[in-house]
Design a protein around this ligand. Structure first.
Ligand SMILES: [Fe+2]
Ligand SMILES: [Fe+2]
Length: 135
């Protein structure tokens, strides 16, 4: 079973960001599949690196957009991004050192964090950005 599925209820009403969220979810699903297939640590490390890189890319793109339009809750939003980025980089580092066993609990953490962030924190900026003409 696929770990995460993006559907229209996940939309933040900004096309570019929706596309990035779909890609992010795709990488988490890829990691889940690799875990279930019992892939080797270096393969998992490759997917974790992709996840870390794309997470940073997406957060920067989102932050740039929020900053550009003067989003009032920018600070709190950016802090959430920072926390998750650190967690993903830590997973990658632990995997590289051989100390991480990728389990369903780790996958649940990634899934729950992203779900909560996108459906609450991200969706909160939709009316603001849409009001600035960003769609
Ligand atoms: Fe965000
Ligand atoms: Fe986001």
């Amino acid at each position: 079973m696929t770990l995460m599925t993006w559907d229209s209820t996940w939309s933040v009403n900004v096309k570019e960001i929706d596309a990035q969220h779909q890609k992010l979810i795709g990488i988490v699903n890829e990691l889940h599949e690799a875990m279930k297939a019992g892939k080797a640590r270096d393969v998992l490390g490759g997917v974790l690196a992709q996840l870390a890189d794309y997470t940073v890319y997406h957060f920067r793109a989102e932050e740039k957009l929020l900053q550009l339009h003067g989003y009032p809750e920018y600070g709190a939003h950016e802090k959430e991004h920072e926390t998750f980025t650190k967690a993903v980089l830590d997973l990658k580092a632990r995997n590289d050192r051989g100390g991480l066993i990728l389990t369903i609990n780790v996958m649940a953490f990634l899934k729950d964090w992203l779900t909560g962030h996108i459906l609450k924190t991200d969706k909160n900026y939709s009316p603001f950005l849409n009001g600035k003409g960003v769609v």
